[in-house]
Design a protein around this ligand. Sequence first.
Ligand SMILES: [Cu+2]
Length: 195
Amino acid sequence: MTIHTTKPNSLRAPASATASAIAKASVAATMALALTACQSIDQIPTERVASARLTLANGVPAGTAQLLANGNTLTLAIAATGITPGEHGFHLHTVGECKRPDFTSAGGHLNPTNEGHGLDDDDGSHLGDLPNLSVPSSGTVTTTVDLRGSRAEIEGYIFDTDGTAVIIHADPDDGTSEPSGNAGPRIACGVLTKS
Ligand SMILES: [Cu+2]
């Protein structure tokens, strides 16, 4: 996989990325998915706001997550690899720090408005509550999710003084249990860094 240098800056792999073929392929897969998951040309996110390099608990690279913008909508696009097949909790966490091996340094869910946890619960949900990742037998998953709220508001929360992390858990988020959906240990983590 070659990342062509003639592409606009927003479509290139992060300059700081390692030469890992996995990471480069993941970036390309993320962009391809972002371009195909949309309904029409004016819905395609055209600006990369931030990106995160995901790492497993053992330090192995596990793909990328990118924060993309289209107008007032922010979309998180993830291309993760090396993940156990099945359903996995997937969240934004409130501190942009991924200390291995347990990633507890990332704190709890990003929840700037003090809501309850859970996309399926009736007491609201955290901004960082995202749908479970459904990982196929290949161990590689690509998907996009639109974040809830205006771009300016969400960027303010994500790029606060302590930053924000993207986390994948070992188990599925049950959508209701406080405070984190009973999703088990954190198996992959990446810090969102402005592009
Ligand atoms: Cu989490």
